[in-house]
Design a protein around this ligand. Structure first.
Ligand SMILES: [Zn+2]
Length: 298
């Protein structure tokens, strides 16, 4: 199944549900950054969450950045996701591997650590972006972002994130966000029913591995609560906006002396994009060209 995002509502718009399947984009991130198993799970969960958080924004160019910093051996990670369905990201120490935790699962909480912060920035494309910081709850990412949504955005939310990765790569990945909007929050019976339904859910990847599609999962959880699934399926993908031209632009900012130094000492310049791992190389001729451009500009 292609990577995709599907939206739904229930209870006359009082419940908002979004689901995402992200196998391929998680696998692409794993390969690009040579991620360990636990780093694949950490980044994959956060990329799915970024797409789910961005999905409720209105303006086409809206983006969500999630930065997590913890005291564990993996350090932290960064994800940039857009309402347009593109996402990119990286982890600070991609090679860190840990034994599985007591539940036999990849120890994302141990890799990130329990002490640290989640920074979320919502940028609608103009004016000051909205940013907020909360402390980590467990470092497992789902808990941490649920806490963020409840405290910073005051929206009671259930967030399920999962990545199943083995020796052949990412086998299943995705996420589910269910939010209770103000008009439904005052209905205690509905909230209790939803909570009991969600508490019976044993994670998200087991559902995908059992062959369930997003509409089937929505149907099971919300089918008797006036579920309405939006007909549009949005495709989502790993995408980074970096380019050789941008790298040249950044090199040019270093100035003539620095560029001369690169020509003499390194026979060129090499830059790696943090977000996607793409390596860009500028040769001596290209650096000379930049110096010429600097001279003619002055
Ligand atoms: Zn890039």
């Amino acid at each position: 199944m292609a990577d995709q995002l599907i939206r739904a509502t229930a209870a006359d718009g009082g419940i908002r549900a979004v689901g995402v399947i992200s196998n391929r984009l998680c696998e692409e991130a794993r390969q690009r950054h040579k991620l360990s198993y636990v780093a694949t799970a950490a980044l994959g969960r956060t990329m799915s969450a970024g797409l789910l958080l961005a999905s409720s924004m209105k303006r086409a160019e809206s983006r969500v950045n999630i930065r997590i910093r913890g005291n564990g051996p993996m350090g932290g990670l960064m994800v940039d996701a857009g309402l347009d369905g593109t996402v990119r990201g990286y982890v600070d120490n991609p090679g860190v591997e840990l034994p599985t935790n007591a539940q036999g699962k990849l120890d994302v909480g141990g890799a990130i650590g329990q002490d640290g912060y989640v920074y979320v920035i919502r940028d609608v494309g103009y004016g000051y972006p909205y940013s907020s910081t909360v402390e980590l709850v467990s470092g497992e990412i789902g808990d941490d972002l649920t806490h963020y949504l409840a405290t910073s955005e005051q929206t009671p939310s259930a967030l399920f994130l999962g990545v199943f990765v083995d020796g052949n790569g990412v086998q299943a990945a995705g996420g589910l966000l269910i939010q209770i909007l103000p008009k439904a929050a005052s209905d205690p019976e509905l909230v209790a029913l939803l909570e009991s339904r969600l508490s019976s859910l044993q994670g998200f990847t087991p559902l995908l591995q059992a062959g369930k599609t997003l509409p089937m999962i929505f149907e099971e959880l919300l089918g008797d609560m006036g579920l309405e699934i939006f007909p549009e399926t949005q495709l989502v993908r790993f995408h980074c906006g970096c380019s050789f031209d941008r790298v040249l632009g950044a090199l040019k900012l270093l100035g003539e002396a620095e560029l001369r130094d690169m020509i003499e000492k390194d026979n060129g310049a090499e830059a790696t994009c943090h977000f996607c791992g793409e390596v860009y190389k500028a040769n001596i001729d290209q650096l000379e060209q930049l110096i010429d451009e600097l001279k003619t500009a002055n």
